[in-house]
Design a protein around this ligand. Structure first.
Ligand SMILES: Cc1ncc(COP(=O)(O)O)c(C=O)c1O
Length: 381
C-alpha cells in the first residue's frame, strides 16, 4: 500500500470502452498491452476536468496562456532549456507529430531513419506519407541495448533526410545517455538530417536518471530538431488526446506545421485543462507514481528473470518491459501467452518476433497474478 496515493486500488475499467480492456472482454486474460495505466489520474486533474465540464459550453478553444507558461518553466527547471512561447505548437497526439514530420520535412526521394525495435507508428509513418523507411537494429551490449551509431552514420550518408528518434526508447526501455545522444547529434549535423525526437516517456525515468532532450545539446541541434512531448503517458490522460511540439527554428516550425495543414484538428479543450492541471499541480502524485512503478519494475525483473526461457531486459524508463522469449522457440508467442491468460503486445509489431512487451502500469496484485500465470505457462526445468 502506497501511503500517499493508493496505486494498489483496482479501478473497474470494464464499462469505460477502454481499448486495453475491450480486447479481452469476457475472457480471462490480463490486459497488459496498450500503453495506458490502470491508475486513476491525479485528483487535481479530475477536479480540473469537472470544473471545465460544469461550465457547459464547449466551443473552439485556444491553448491557455498559463499552460504555455507552465511548460516553459518546466523545461527550464528540468533541463535548463530556454524555450519561447512561439516555439511551442500544440497537437492532438504525438503520433500525428511523427506523421507531420515525415510529411513536412522529407522530400519525395528522401527516407526516414529509425532504430528498431521501436513503437510501431515509427515504422508506419514514413509509408503513410509515401516516404521510404530505413531501419537500424539496436545492438545488444553487456549493459543493455546501445543506439546503432555506426549504422546511423552509414545510412545518413545516403538519401536520408530525417531521423525518427524515440527517447526514452519504447519498447526497449532505454534512456539514451549523453554519449549516445552526442553521437547521434554529430551524425545528424554532419549529414544534415532533421531530427524528430519523440520524448513522450521523458517523465517516466527510474533510479534518479535524468532525461536529456536531444535539442538541449547545442543551439545547432535545437535548430534541426522537432521535440514531441506530452503529459499523456505520465498522468494517464492519453484518451483525452493532447501533446505539443517544441521547435525553435522558425523554418522548421513552418514546415512541420505545413505537414498537418488542413488535416490536423485542434486540441480537445478538455486535454488543455488536464495538461495544465497535471503539469502545474500533480508533482507529488508524479513522484509517488515513479516510486510505485519502480517497485513494479523491480518485482517483475526479479520474478520473470527467475523463470526458464524468459529474459526481461533492464528498464531505465517507461512502464513497458521488453521480454526476450526466443529461448521458448514459440511459433506465435502472443497467442501462446494469451492462451495462458496473459495479454501482452507481440514483439513483431515493433520489429522483433521473439519478444513480448508487458505494460506494468497497473496495481502490484495484477502483476502477481501475471507472474503466477507465467509460472504455470512455462515448462519446468
Ligand atoms: C513512444 C510513443 N510515442 C507516442 C505514443 C502515443 O502518443 P499519442 O497517443 O499522443 O499519439 C506512445 C504510446 O504508447 C509511445 O509509446
Amino acid at each position: 500500500m502506497n501511503v500517499e496515493v493508493d496505486f494498489d486500488a483496482r479501478v473497474d475499467r470494464s464499462a469505460s470502452h477502454s481499448t486495453k480492456y475491450e480486447k479481452y472482454a469476457g475472457r480471462d486474460i490480463l490486459p497488459l498491452w496498450v500503453a495506458d495505466m490502470d491508475f486513476r489520474s491525479p485528483e487535481v486533474v479530475v477536479k480540473a476536468l469537472q470544473r471545465r465540464v460544469e461550465h457547459g459550453v464547449f466551443g473552439y478553444t485556444l491553448p491557455p496562456a498559463e499552460l504555455v507558461a507552465v511548460i516553459i518553466e518546466r523545461l527550464q527547471r528540468l533541463y535548463q532549456w530556454q524555450v519561447n512561447a512561439e516555439d511551442i505548437f500544440f497537437i492532438p497526439g504525438v503520433v500525428p507529430g511523427l506523421n507531420m514530420a515525415c510529411r513536412g520535412l522529407l522530400a519525395p526521394h528522401q527516407a526516414a531513419l529509425t532504430a528498431t525495435p521501436v513503437y510501431y507508428p515509427f515504422l508506419e509513418a514514413p509509408g503513410h506519407q509515401h516516404r521510404r523507411l530505413i531501419t537500424m537494429p539496436v545492438g545488444a551490449a553487456a549493459g543493455g541495448f546501445r543506439y546503432p551509431l555506426q549504422a546511423l552514420a552509414e545510412h545518413a550518408r545516403g538519401d536520408a533526410g530525417l531521423l525518427l528518434l524515440c527517447n526514452p526508447f519504447n519498447p526497449v526501455g532505454r534512456l539514451l545517455d549523453r554519449d549516445e545522444l552526442e553521437g547521434i547529434a554529430a551524425i545528424c549535423e554532419a549529414q544534415d538530417l532533421w531530427i524528430c525526437a519523440d520524448e513522450v516517456h521523458c517523465d517516466l525515468v527510474f533510479d534518479d536518471r535524468r532525461h536529456i532532450p536531444i535539442a538541449t545539446l547545442s543551439p545547432a541541434i535545437a535548430a534541426r530538431t522537432v521535440t514531441l512531448m506530452a503529459p499523456s503517458k505520465t498522468f494517464n490522460i492519453a484518451g483525452l488526446g493532447g501533446a505539443f511540439a517544441i521547435i525553435q527554428n522558425p523554418e522548421l516550425r513552418a514546415r512541420f506545421k505545413a505537414g498537418g495543414q488542413g488535416i490536423l484538428p485542434g486540441v480537445n479543450l478538455l486535454a488543455y485543462e488536464a495538461m495544465l492541471a497535471a503539469y502545474r499541480d500533480a508533482g507529488d502524485w508524479h513522484a509517488s507514481l515513479l516510486r510505485y512503478l519502480q517497485g513494479n519494475r523491480d518485482y517483475l525483473f526479479r520474478e520473470l528473470n527467475a523463470l526458464p526461457g524468459i529474459i526481461m531486459h533492464p528498464v531505465e524508463a517507461t512502464y513497458l518491459a521488453w521480454l526476450d522469449v526466443s529461448a521458448l522457440g514459440l511459433n506465435d508467442p502472443a497467442y501462446f501467452f494469451e492462451s495462458h491468460g496473459l495479454g501482452m503486445s507481440g514483439g513483431g509489431q515493433y520489429g522483433a518476433d521473439d519478444h513480448m512487451r508487458l505494460n506494468f502500469g497497473c496495481p502490484r496484485a495484477v502483476l502477481e497474478e501475471a507472474v503466477a500465470r507465467f509460472r504455470a505457462a512455462l515448462p519446468r526445468t
